[in-house]
Design a protein around this ligand. Structure first.
Ligand code: NAI
Ligand code: SOE
Length: 361
């Protein structure tokens, strides 16, 4: 397959990033677009020179479009599951944006469809491609800090802080988003933890809505926010490492701050989206007991775009090491455990949850 013809569903803010990345890869061509907003269709159709016959208002039409080899879904969360289901039925490979789905039930149903009719698929957990995180993973594999005993991870943003009076956008609407900060930002942390440390074994969590009301977009009415804007959870990974996680969208001064500190027998690593090209390595010399600290520049081999995996999946050129669809499902299991622990106001052991179908302590 020489040129890969892509159809984009959802032409909002994240679509900008997808188009920017796609335009860097000569093998991709945006052949079709879809949005419910006519103005977005017209603007993007002109900008991307997409023929009018391939500008769709209904995503089913785009997925069925003969001009589309692969689908990229960038809609609000409420549509993720159905768009993926339609892609599976149409045997169209896809990249669907995170979070995988809004709820565990949607995820379980989708997995059943996938198992019956798998296609190449990727969930948009792009931060595993941050050079600093890829290099940190390489350093862990090389044993640079010895056995990992614990880590702390946080994903902080500030845009939701009360002072900014952000209205009730879809990221606060449970029917559209599913969960709040947990699925929006916590899902990235869960995927990054999978990427760095492997699967989760046990989990306990709490969710909180720090700002309980937000102003309607269309009137002065104040609407109750039913989803979290703060989530914290602690976990034991199957490899034994203990992990602490926190995420909030109300941390003033935090732009897009995803970071991890990893503590091993022979040292510590710090990696952050705030310094994407470096990893701080604190090393203990096992012979002398001497501590040293280095700011390592990430080597070029650690730079890989999510799109390169997607292109490989579509062309079938190299399947080894590609993140697969199930990464999304694992994330959903963890998200579900967190939400259920919150609703039950108790903790839940993920291992038991998955083993016995929902036992809660
Ligand atoms: P947005 O609200 O800016 O854009 C959503 C677009 O989808 C809008 O243009 C809207 O008109 C369109 N849309 C709504 N219903 C539709 C339908 N039935 N058919 C076709 N188009 C429809 O949202 P944003 O911020 O771009 O987020 C979109 C998705 O991308 C979300 O799931 C979000 O979680 C994810 N995202 C992922 C990021 C990442 O780092 N991987 C970063 C930002 C967003
Ligand atoms: C929220 O503000 C958001 O756009 C998330 O939805 C994205 O997943 C994250 O990458 C950036 O912040």
């Amino acid at each position: 397959m020489d040129t890969i013809r892509v159809g984009l569903i959802g032409l909002g803010s994240m679509a900008q990033a997808h188009v920017r990345e796609l335009e860097k890869l000569p093998r991709f061509r945006i052949a079709a677009i879809c949005d419910v907003q006519e103005a977005a269709l017209a603007e993007w159709g002109e900008r991307l020179s997409v023929d009018r016959t391939h500008r769709h208002a209904d995503y089913r039409g785009l997925i069925a479009d003969e001009e589309v080899d692969a689908v990229v879904s960038i809609t609000p969360n409420v549509l993720h599951a159905d768009i993926m289901a339609v892609c599976l039925a149409a045997n169209k490979p896809f990249l669907s944006e995170k979070p995988f789905t809004r709820t565990f039930a949607e995820a379980a149903e989708l997995l059943a469809r996938y198992d019956a009719h798998p296609v190449s698929a990727l969930i948009g957990f792009g931060y595993r491609y941050t050079p600093a995180f890829r290099f940190a993973r390489e350093m862990l594999a090389e044993g640079r800090i010895g056995a990992v005993r614990s880590f702390s991870m946080q994903y902080l943003q500030g845009w939701g802080a009360a002072v900014y009076n952000v209205p009730y956008v879809w990221r606060f609407d449970k029917a559209v988003t599913g969960t709040g900060t947990l699925g929006d930002l916590g899902a990235h942390m869960i995927d990054l933890a999978h990427y760095l440390f492997g699967p989760f074994e046990e989990l306990s969590a709490r969710l909180q809505t720090l700002i309980p009301e937000r102003k309607s977009l269309s009137s002065d009415e104040m609407l109750e926010v039913e989803v979290d804007d703060f989530a914290s959870f602690q976990a034991r990974m199957t490899g034994g490492a203990a992990g602490i996680f926190q995420t909030s969208r109300n941390c003033i001064g935090s732009g897009n701050q995803l970071e991890v500190s990893i503590y091993g027998d022979l040292g510590t690593l710090h990696a952050s989206t705030l310094a994407q090209e470096q990893v701080i390595w604190i090393r203990l010399d096992p012979d002398t007991g001497e501590l040293s600290e280095q700011k390592l520049q990430v080597p070029s081999r650690a730079r890989r775009a999510l799109w390169e995996d997607f292109a490989e999946m579509l062309s079938g050129e190299s399947a080894d090491g590609l993140p697969d669809f199930r990464a999304g499902y694992e994330n959903q299991k963890v998200l579900e455990a967190i939400v259920r622990s919150h609703e039950a106001k108790r903790t839940v052991a993920l291992a038991e949850l998955s083993a016995v179908g929902g036992k809660e302590e």
